[in-house]
Design a protein around this ligand. Structure first.
Ligand code: URA
Length: 230
C-alpha cells in the first residue's frame, strides 16, 4: 500500500532525521572530512563589498558620492534595513547617520536596550537616489541581491524592515507598510521580519511613533526569548 505519511509520530520522524544526519556526519569524519562548509562557503561581508566594487550597475551611481554598504556587528542577531542612503549618509558613506539615524539610534538604545554596535544596519539600495526619491523597481532589483547576500552571511534571527520599500523587497509583497507592520513575517527559513514605519516618516508624523513603539516591543520580546536582552 502507498505510504501517505499519515499517522507517523512527528517527534519520532524528527529523531530519525537527526540520527541519520549524525550517522552521515560520522561517516564523513571517518572518510577524513574535517568540516562542513557554512551555506555561504566562507563568504564575508568584505567579499560582498569587494564584489560591489565601484558599482555602475544602475543609474544611481551617477549622482552618488559614496556607496553606503552597511555597518555594525557582522554577527548581529538583529539587522535593521532601510530604503536607501540620504544626503548625510551619501557624504559619510555610512547608513542612518542623519536625522532619521538619530531617531533609529534612540529606538535601538532606549526601546530595545541595545547599542548601535550590537546590531547591523543596511539599506535596500546602496547609492543615494537623487533628491531622496523612492528607488525605482529596476534599481531595487539590481541592488537587492547584495543585501540578500549580506543577510546570508550575517544570518540574523530578526530583521526590522524600516518602511515599505524594505518590507516589500524582503517579504516579496506589494502590501503597504500600514497593513504589514505590527506582526512578524518570515524571511528565508527561521529569520523573522518585523516591518515598521521608517524613522524619517516618524519625524514627519510623530503621532505614528506609538505604533513603532509597539512593533519594537514585539521585537524586544523576541530578543528576550533568544536571551539577547533581559
Ligand atoms: N534613510 C534610509 O532609508 N537609509 C539611510 O541610511 C538613511 C535614511
Amino acid at each position: 500500500m502507498e505510504d501517505t505519511g499519515q499517522g507517523k509520530d512527528p517527534l519520532e520522524e524528527r529523531l530519525k532525521l537527526l540520527r541519520d544526519i549524525r550517522n552521515y556526519l560520522c561517516y564523513l569524519r571517518e572518510m577524513g572530512v574535517e568540516g562542513v562548509p557554512a551555506p555561504q562557503g566562507g563568504l564575508t561581508l568584505e567579499d560582498i563589498r569587494r564584489e560591489i566594487g565601484d558599482c555602475r550597475r544602475c543609474r544611481l551611481h551617477k549622482e552618488r558620492r559614496n556607496i553606503v554598504f552597511g555597518s555594525g556587528n557582522p554577527h548581529a542577531v538583529l539587522v535593521f534595513v532601510g530604503e536607501g542612503p540620504g544626503r548625510e549618509e551619501d557624504i559619510q558613506g555610512l547608513p542612518f547617520v542623519g536625522a532619521a539615524g538619530e531617531m533609529l539610534t534612540r529606538i535601538i538604545e532606549r526601546v530595545l536596550g541595545l547599542r548601535r554596535e550590537d546590531v547591523y544596519i543596511a539599506n535596500v539600495v546602496k547609492c543615494r537616489p537623487p533628491k531622496n526619491r523612492t528607488p525605482y523597481p529596476d534599481e531595487i532589483a539590481t541592488c537587492l541581491p547584495f543585501l540578500e547576500k549580506q543577510l546570508e552571511v550575517i544570518r540574523p534571527k530578526i530583521i526590522v524592515a524600516l518602511g515599505s520599500v524594505a518590507a516589500q523587497s524582503l517579504i516579496g509583497t506589494k502590501e503597504g507598510i500600514t497593513s504589514l507592520r505590527g506582526r512578524f513575517h518570515y524571511y528565508r527559513g527561521d529569520t523573522v521580519i518585523m516591518p515598521t514605519y521608517h524613522p524619517a516618516y516618524l519625524l514627519r508624523n510623530p503621532g505614528k511613533k506609538k505604533e513603532t513603539y509597539h512593533d519594537m516591543l514585539m521585537v524586544k520580546e523576541k530578543l528576550k526569548e533568544l536571551g539577547v536582552v533581559k
